[in-house]
Ligand binder design. Structure first.
Ligand code: G6P
Ligand code: MG
Length: 216
């Protein structure tokens, strides 16, 4: 029986996946490395350093650890500029309703985001009080597609993993959910979300009623 829902943040609760894309694109342009939306799909859900490594590898560039830290900071500056004005209106369609439905029905709610900016974004969206636990990059050692972040969320909620559903928009995220033995809900195209137990083309289709019906 469904007891908890674990949410990814970027691209699921709000469209910060677009801002991550724009910020990486800006950095890649500065470095003269080709970067497009297709390649960006592979980066979704990965941590900041993992993403940077993939981009530098693609551009055939190598930098010292110190230089890489500066590049990662620079990307984060590009990103933070873009998230400054996020407000409750930036919640993706249906997500405010879903969070309320879950609360009203006593289903526990967790956040599992690889982003070090997750708290800032959640606060700006004014949805912090919905979450029974927030697991972010500071709490885990292995990033998605490793299941650690989802398993940590279930553990902190005190809910068996098989009674959890998790919502993701990234390939790496869907893999992590499946490895965690949870019910995987994918937001996106059939191709990108391949392997998910339930795929929705956009967040407005995510209702508690439908989730309960599909939950194994
Ligand atoms: C999420 C996003 C990624 C991002 C990562 C790290 O997983 O999907 O695109 O790279 O968080 O975010 P941060 O804000 O810490 O750079
Ligand atoms: Mg995401």
């Amino acid at each position: 029986e469904l007891e908890a829902v674990v949410f990814d943040l970027d691209g699921v609760l709000t469209d910060t996946a677009e801002y991550h894309y724009q910020a990486w694109k800006q950095l890649a342009d500065e470095l003269g490395i080709p970067f497009d939306r297709d390649f960006n799909e592979e980066l979704k859900g990965l941590g900041r350093m993992d993403s940077l490594d993939r981009i530098l590898e693609k551009g055939g560039k190598s930098f010292s650890e110190e230089e890489k830290r500066r590049l990662a900071d620079r990307k984060n500056g590009h990103y933070r500029k873009r998230i400054q004005r996020i407000s409750p209106e930036d919640l993706l369609p249906g997500m405010g309703r879903l969070l309320r439905e879950l609360k009203e029905n006593g289903i526990r709610i967790a956040l599992a985001s690889a982003s070090k900016n997750a708290r800032t974004v959640i606060r700006q969206l004014k949805i912090e009080s919905f979450f029974d636990t927030i697991v972010d990059a500071a709490h885990v050692s292995k990033g998605k597609p490793d299941p650690e972040i989802f398993l940590t969320a279930a553990e902190q909620l005190g809910v068996p993993r098989t009674n959890c559903a998790a919502v993701e928009d990234a390939e790496a995220g869907i893999r992590a959910i499946r490895e965690a033995d949870m019910f995987a809900v994918g937001v996106g195209t059939e191709t990108a979300m391949k392997g998910a137990d339930w795929i929705v083309s956009d967040t407005s289709k995510l209702t508690l009623q439908e989730l309960k019906r599909r939950f194994r």
